[in-house]
Design a protein around this ligand. Structure first.
Ligand SMILES: Nc1nc2c(ncn2[C@@H]2O[C@H](COP(=O)(O)OP(=O)(O)OP(=O)(O)O)[C@@H](O)[C@H]2O)c(=O)[nH]1
Length: 209
């Protein structure tokens, strides 16, 4: 392992079936695979380099986001905690068509505020295509205002995304990268990005672009 540098460690948290794996797939590989649902076991890792301009206007920078996709099942809750330790950014996902997933998002944001207060939180309502009228889904079950209230309380940014269409996915991760563009790199991924080798964590899979 060469331990090639990851500039920002990002962890995805959220209820099972809330669309975390699909979000990483869309961000890292620009694809949506309509295959039968398979729950994540342990965690998966993906990374992508983004060119962003710094918010201070000090020019552009190329940044690698290393994204840990955790398992949403409560059975793996303890393991998810291992992955958010030291994360500089957390994307807390909830399914716009499932109110229970929004309750679970609150659970994770409470925990992050308590245990990892330095970690920046991004709230992400997923499956926007299914929540949209005529989208073929059950419709929206999480009100945008409720989500915005939570985001305000956390001083977090709120995005509503569709991994199927790609809507807002790039904007979400670009915002994460831009928020860190002025800060020095801190992490070592422990993953050989060049080789795309297996991650350090047992039972995890790795996707790198
Ligand atoms: N239509 C639509 N379906 C989605 C979207 N995102 C995810 N899905 C579907 O929702 C199901 C769950 O998505 P996953 O990405 O596997 O969910 P997860 O949060 O990683 O689940 P766990 O691994 O159990 O934590 C899958 O069948 C996906 O195809 C989306 O944006 N639009």
């Amino acid at each position: 392992m060469s331990g090639q540098k990851v500039d920002v460690k990002v962890v995805l948290l959220g209820r099972e079936y809330s669309g975390k794996t699909s979000l990483v797939e869309r961000f890292v590989h620009q694809r949506f695979q309509a295959v039968p649902y398979q729950n994540t076991i342990g965690a998966a890792f993906g990374a992508r380099r983004l060119d962003v301009s710094s918010s201070s206007g000090r020019g552009g920078r190329s940044l690698t986001l290393g994204v840990w996709d955790t398992a949403g099942s409560e059975r793996y809750e303890a393991m998810s905690r291992v992955y958010y330790r030291g994360a500089r950014a957390a994307v807390v996902c909830y399914d716009l068509t499932d109110e229970r997933s929004f309750e679970r998002a609150r659970f994770w944001t409470d925990e992050l505020r308590r245990c990892e207060p330095e970690c920046r939180i991004y709230l992400c309502g997923t499956k926007l295509d299914l929540a949209t009228e005529g989208g073929g889904g059950v419709g929206r079950r999480v009100d945008r205002h409720d989500a915005q209230d939570l985001a305000d309380e956390l001083q977090a940014r709120l995005y509503e995304t569709s991994s199927k269409s790609g809507e807002n996915v790039e904007a979400l991760f670009r915002a994460v990268a831009e928020d860190f563009a002025d800060e020095p790199a801190r992490e070592k991924s422990g993953v050989d990005l060049a080789a795309g080798g297996a991650s350090a964590a047992g039972g995890s899979k790795c996707c790198v672009k």
